[in-house]
Design a protein around this ligand. Structure first.
Ligand SMILES: Cc1cc2nc3c(=O)[nH]c(=O)nc-3n(C[C@H](O)[C@H](O)[C@H](O)COP(=O)(O)O)c2cc1C
Length: 306
C-alpha cells in the first residue's frame, strides 16, 4: 500500500503547527530564542510532526508541562490500525529523535527520560532542554534534513549506494536514550528475491500495491537474473534484540536517524513493512536473518532518477 504523504499537521496532536498551510515550510529563524522555554518547546513540535508514520496516522500527541515536552502514544490510532501498537511506538520514536536533534541544533543538550512513569505506559518520554552546548556539524545537517524528508515510492534510480555510506547508515542506529543496540543488516542480493516475495505476500494478505505488484511480476518474469538489489534500491532490515516498548521506541529513533542521514546524501527511503505486520511472515523474515533479532522495519534505500 502507498500511504498518502502528510501535508497537514497532526489532527491527533494537542499542538497546531504555526505554519497552517504547509508545515514543511517551517523556518528555523522563527525559533523564539529569547522567548519562554514553553514557547521554545512548542516551536520544536513543528519538527516532530513532520516525522514518518504508519498509514500517515501520526499516532502521537504532545503535552508541554513544566518546561518539558511529554510524548504520548495515541492509542486511539493504534487501536484502529492492523499491527499496530508496535508500529505506533516506532513512529513516536521517530518524533523523539527529531525533537532531540532540534534541541541540539538550537544549542542545548537534550535531556530525555524514557517511560518515566511506570503506571502510565502511554507516556513514552519526557524531553527537556539541558545546558548550553556547541552544536555539531552533523547535527545541523540532520536537523535541516527533517523538513526535506519524505517517503519515496516512485522515480527510483537503478544506482547502488556507495559502501562507505552503507556502513555509516548501519552504524547510526544505536539508541542513546534506551541504550539498546538496534541491529541493522543490508539484505544481500542473494536474499532479495525471498524478501520481496514476503513483501508481496504481505501485500496480498493486506491490501493491493500496484507498484510492488509490478515489481513482483518483474522479479518473477523470464528475465535473466538481473541485479535486483540495485533495481529496487538497497534493502535494509532493522531489528532489535527484544520485542517490547523500549525496543520499539529505540527502533523509531534509529529509523529517524537513518532516514535523515540518508537524506543528507540524497538517498531516499521507503518502508516495505507489510511482511513484518503479518506474524507468520515476520517469523519467516526472522528466520532469514537469524542474527538480526526481531524484525521491526524493512526499508528500501535508493536515489531518485534525475
Ligand atoms: C513504522 C512505519 C511503518 C511504515 N510502513 C509502511 C509500509 O508498510 N508501506 C508503506 O508504503 N509505507 C510505510 N510507511 C511510510 C508511511 O506511509 C509514510 O511515512 C507516511 O505516509 C507519511 O509520508 P512521508 O514519510 O512522505 O512523510 C511506514 C512508516 C513508518 C514510520
Amino acid at each position: 500500500m502507498i500511504h498518502p504523504p502528510p501535508r497537514k499537521p497532526s489532527t491527533t496532536s494537542h499542538y497546531k503547527s504555526t505554519s497552517e498551510l504547509n508545515p514543511w515550510l517551517v523556518e528555523e529563524d522563527n525559533f523564539p530564542a529569547s522567548g519562554e522555554t514553553s514557547e521554545q518547546l512548542e516551536f520544536l513540535l513543528n519538527y516532530a510532526v513532520l516525522d514518518p508514520s504508519i498509514y500517515n496516522t501520526q499516532p502521537w500527541f504532545f503535552k508541554i508541562i513544566d518546561d518539558a515536552i511529554e510524548l504520548y502514544a495515541d492509542t486511539r490510532v493504534s487501536a484502529t490500525a492492523n499491527d499496530n501498537y508496535r508500529e505506533s511506538i516506532i513512529c513516536c520514536g521517530t518524533a523523539l529523535f527529531d525533537l532531540r536533534i532540534a534541541i541540539r541544533h538550537f544549542g542545548y543538550r537534550d535531556i530525555v527520560e524514557v517511560f518515566p512513569e511506570s503506571h502510565n505506559p502511554n507516556l513514552l518520554a519526557r524531553i527537556s532542554f539541558g545546558s548550553k552546548r556547541i552544536v555539531q556539524l552533523e547535527e545541523k545537517f540532520l536537523f535541516r534534513a527533517i523538513s526535506k524528508r519524505s517517503t519515496a515510492q516512485f522515480y527510483l534510480a537503478n544506482r547502488k549506494l556507495p559502501k562507505s555510506l552503507i556502513s555509516e547508515l548501519e552504524s547510526v542506529t544505536d539508541s542513546e536514550c534506551t541504550r539498546l543496540q538496534i541491529l541493522t543488516s543490508i539484505v544481500a542480493d542473494s536474499s532479495v528475491r525471498e524478501v520481496i516475495k514476503l513483501v508481496d505476500k504481505g501485500d496480498r494478505l493486506q491490501t493491493r500495491d500496484p507498484f510492488r505488484r509490478k515489481l513482483f511480476q518483474w522479479i518473477n518474469s523470464s528475465h535473466e537474473d538481473v541485479p535486483m538489489a540495485s533495481s529496487v534500491g538497497t534493502l535494509m532490515l532493522i531489528g532489535s534484540q527484544n520485542d517490547n516498548e523500549y525496543a520499539w521506541l529505540a527502533t523509531g529513533e534509529a529509523l529517524a536517524h537513518l532516514w535523515l542521514r540518508a537524506r543528507i546524501d540524497d538517498v531516499r527511503v521507503s518502508c516495505l513493512n507489510q511482511p513484518i505486520q503479518v506474524p507468520e511472515l515476520r517469523s519467516r523474515l526472522q528466520a532469514l536473518f537469524p542474527d538480526n533479532g526481531y524484525p521491526q522495519i524493512l526499508l528500501r534505500l535508493c536515489y531518485l532518477t534525475n
